[in-house]
Design a protein around this ligand. Sequence first.
Ligand SMILES: Cc1cc2nc3c(=O)[nH]c(=O)nc-3n(C[C@H](O)[C@H](O)[C@H](O)COP(=O)(O)OP(=O)(O)OC[C@H]3O[C@@H](n4cnc5c(N)ncnc54)[C@H](O)[C@@H]3O)c2cc1C
Length: 583
Amino acid sequence: MVFVHGDARNMIHQHDAIVVGAGIAGLTAALKTAETCDVAVVSKVHATRSHSGAAQGGIAASLGNEEDDSWEWHMFDTVKGSDYLADQDVVEILAREAPRAIYVLEYMGVPFSRNKEGKIAQRPFGGHTINFGEAPVKRACYASDRTGRVIMDTLYDQCSVQGVNIYNEVFVISLLISDSRCCGVTGYDLATGETEIFHAKAVMLATGGCGRIFRTTSNGYASTGDGFALAIDAGVPLEDMEFIQFHPTGIHGLGVLISEATRGEGGVLRNGSGERFMERYAPTLKDLAPRDIVSRAILTEIQEGRGVGGSDYIHLDLTALGRQRLEQKLPEVTSFVTTYVGVDPSESPIPVAPTCHYIMGGIPTDGDGQVLTDEKATPMLGLYAAGECACVSVHGANRLGCNSLIDLVVFGGRAGIAMAKYVKETTLPQLPQDAEATLSRGFDCLLESNGKERVSGIRGKMQRVMMEKCSVFRDRKGLKHVLDEIRNLKRAYGNLSLTHKERTFNYELEEALELENMLKTAEVMALSALKREESRGAHHRSDFPERNDESWLKHTLVSQTKGLQLRYKPVTVTRFQPKERRY
Ligand SMILES: Cc1cc2nc3c(=O)[nH]c(=O)nc-3n(C[C@H](O)[C@H](O)[C@H](O)COP(=O)(O)OP(=O)(O)OC[C@H]3O[C@@H](n4cnc5c(N)ncnc54)[C@H](O)[C@@H]3O)c2cc1C
């Protein structure tokens, strides 16, 4: 039932549960919750334009349709890929439940590509191996190179059939907390600029990643880390935010992603002299080593003068695949390369360099999406999270390709079930007394702001400094500089001015809110990275180049209480003791 009251300026919607975010995590959760409850999804972009729709390469599950595979191998690869920082109890859930999750998607209607036997086709992807690391295994299920697109569209259809309410183009500004329970969110309608309150027994955050904090990224414009800021403002810590993945193959200068599926299908990386250099860095898996290793290898080649023509990129060579295979297996990639680079990938190599792609850290949750507020696992009642904005943590210090999509459906689904159960057992909390007044006041203040700074100026400076000093290679001096600069930019934000003061589709206003969220997130990233004095997975400190399990086999937690506070919590190790990572 939808219950609406309030005047036009402060409409109040009431549902059993609210999901913020309409990507694959949000829609999967909403579908599960909708089986027994009235659920609404709120999304700042039209639901089907969520970044999940851009996922190309595939979704990992040990179906064993092409060759022998097992969930234990998938679990091992994920733990080793994470540089042993992932919590192994939840990785076990991921690997065990993955095959069933794929069949559920198939029954819903996802048109996966097929092999000759008519089974779901699978291809190799970085870091996924047979028999605990022996050789690459075909574990990635796919629908040519439109895997995310077809899953998104199928879930959206199912949500329509199941009566999930979807509020498109509504920007969520804050979480409502009453008596330490989450009881809704505030937001505004992008089309009208009117503020709204969504009152519910439970809220789930599924707001995706934050690649837009960096100058070069594969992420869409909406990936601005809003969920991280919503959480930290509500007193929830953020976990392991120093671990940011750079994907090895973004189109040089643009960052647009060229899927790892290209290497899964047989593409190779070559330096300026045409050498297949990954053989030197990862003799067994070569071009299919995990992303942190390949990205560092590429940048090392470039720094040592072996980029193409001495420049800051290397080549991804797909010419051996031939035109027919490219058109059949990688049509999107082929069209991107033709459009953005102006070359035919069946004839010419593609100039590529690492691009910011994914954040391993996020809002701490247990295996059922329940948000946790400290190292003792104290829950924030009524608040759930799943998908890229959450940190369960299954990806630890580095995520393997195709493990995000499976994380979204496995843990999105589990969070949806847990939320439905909670909703049935609880009553609707009161809204905080001043919710409506505070919302209107804050919003009007921003619209009327009259300082000297512009959104684009502050954002550009943030993206540059994060890219230069907080990306693939880091050190203490650089990270201190980043932290100072982000704090200066936060002060500059206080002196902001919006050129456009109207409410209707005011993109400058939306960008201002996103910038504030990115600055808060960037500060947590830089602080977490500065404090972690070791190298692990995607976090590489040139001044501490070794992994240090004795001091650092632990998760970082940063929360906002009179400034940022750091705490740590142990990693759950069950089956696989940390070992040196060789590929
Ligand atoms: C180009 C690309 C290719 C990829 N390919 C693969 C792949 O092949 N395999 C794989 O496993 N992974 C892949 N990934 C990673 C994976 O796609 C993402 O991690 C995943 O889709 C994130 O899904 P999500 O549901 O968490 O959030 P998203 O799909 O990012 O959706 C976020 C949602 O939150 C909403 N939102 C955010 N902030 C607000 C706010 N303030 N108010 C209201 N709504 C808000 C947005 O509107 C959106 O609906 C790829 C990523 C990229 C960028």
